[in-house]
Design a protein around this ligand. Structure first.
Ligand SMILES: NC(=O)CCC(=O)C(=O)O
Length: 312
């Protein structure tokens, strides 16, 4: 598999103080985006993802991100057939068992893309975050389901099959505080803003944009979320399969806290590796302190989950 390496230096930094950022000992690390080719053979896809993650770890990645729906093709016909019961343990969920085993053995953090999850009589599009001890640290069920109908161009209705998740997911990991969204979730800037307000360093979006919206919106949205929130954004798509019923745009990307593309790719299968340096977040916020200039007297962001749990 081809490996791309971006050219940014990482280093240790002291304290991130601004905008409610948590202190992390090491601000610099390598992230790998595994833009996987997905087939109709689930067993093969799991074995294939395993190899890619091992390869990424060999190249020094401490954080590995997988695509949205990487274990089967992205299709309403497949979701119910291959959904896994994540909470029922390793035997019921071979995809989760593999990710847990690898994160523990390789001592890396894995954002496990997403897989169709069965829970009772409901199906969710779900991303699990694994700590370097192999444990699930967070589980994000896609909050905004992708329903699109552009006549003659693009029609897809995730809501035919999936139920929407009910909460934002922000996770403290060995490589910083990470806010999770799945694909279409990236269109909702309020979610990103809430993660930023809760001190996220990085937003990760496993995603599978398509050939209609991808060229116009994929990079634009990533750069917008990064520039709005002055933090890192990473996305990971499946590789493109031209004769699939849903053709993915590809172009997995890492964007820095000034809205700059740090590493990206085209649509083939590849592992993109980039350096992330969290000290740049503070630097960008110092240079351009617009977060301090918000007009709370005119508009405000309400974090409903925090409001309901009584956290400040
Ligand atoms: N899988 C998705 O959520 C796709 C979202 C997408 O393509 C969009 O345009 O939004």
């Amino acid at each position: 598999m081809l490996v791309l390496l971006s050219v940014n230096y990482h280093h240790l930094c002291t304290k991130l103080s601004y905008y409610d950022l948590v202190f992390v000992e090491s601000c610099g690390f390598k992230i790998a985006l595994c833009q996987l080719l997905v087939t109709a053979d689930k067993e093969r896809n799991i074995a294939h993802a395993r190899k890619a993650i091992e390869e990424a770890a060999e190249k020094g990645a401490q954080l590995v991100l997988l695509p949205e729906i990487w274990n089967i093709p992205y299709s309403n016909d497949y979701f119910p057939v291959y959904a896994e019961d994540i909470d029922a343990g390793a035997g019921a969920s071979p995809s989760i068992a593999m990710l847990s085993e690898l994160s523990e053995r390789l001592k890396i953090t894995i954002i496990g893309g997403s897989i169709p999850e069965r829970s009772g009589d409901k199906l969710y599009n779900t991303c699990c975050v694994f700590g370097a001890d192999g444990k699930i640290k967070g589980k994000h069920r896609k909050i905004h389901l992708f329903d699109i109908d552009i006549p003659g161009r693009m029609t897809f209705k995730e809501s035919m099959t999936f139920t929407a998740g009910e909460s934002p997911t922000i996770v403290d990991t060995e490589v910083g505080r990470i806010g999770i969204g799945i694909c279409y979730d990236i269109r909702f800037q309020e979610l990103a803003a809430i993660y930023a307000a809760r001190g996220a360093h990085l937003l990760c979006y496993p995603g599978a944009f398509n050939m209609t919206t991808g060229p116009l919106h994929w990079e634009l949205l990533q750069r917008a979320r990064a520039a709005d929130c002055q933090l890192y954004v990473a996305t990971c798509s499946p590789a493109r399969v031209d004769n699939a019923s849903y053709v993915a745009w590809g172009h997995s990307t890492v964007v820095g806290p000034f809205g700059e593309v740090i590493a990206t790719t085209e649509h083939e299968e590849v592992i993109v590796i980039a350096e992330i340096d969290y000290s740049l977040i503070e630097q960008r916020r110092t240079y351009l302190p617009f977060q301090k200039q918000r007009r709370g007297d005119l508009y405000q962001l309400v974090d409903v989950q925090r409001l309901n749990t009584g956290k400040s």
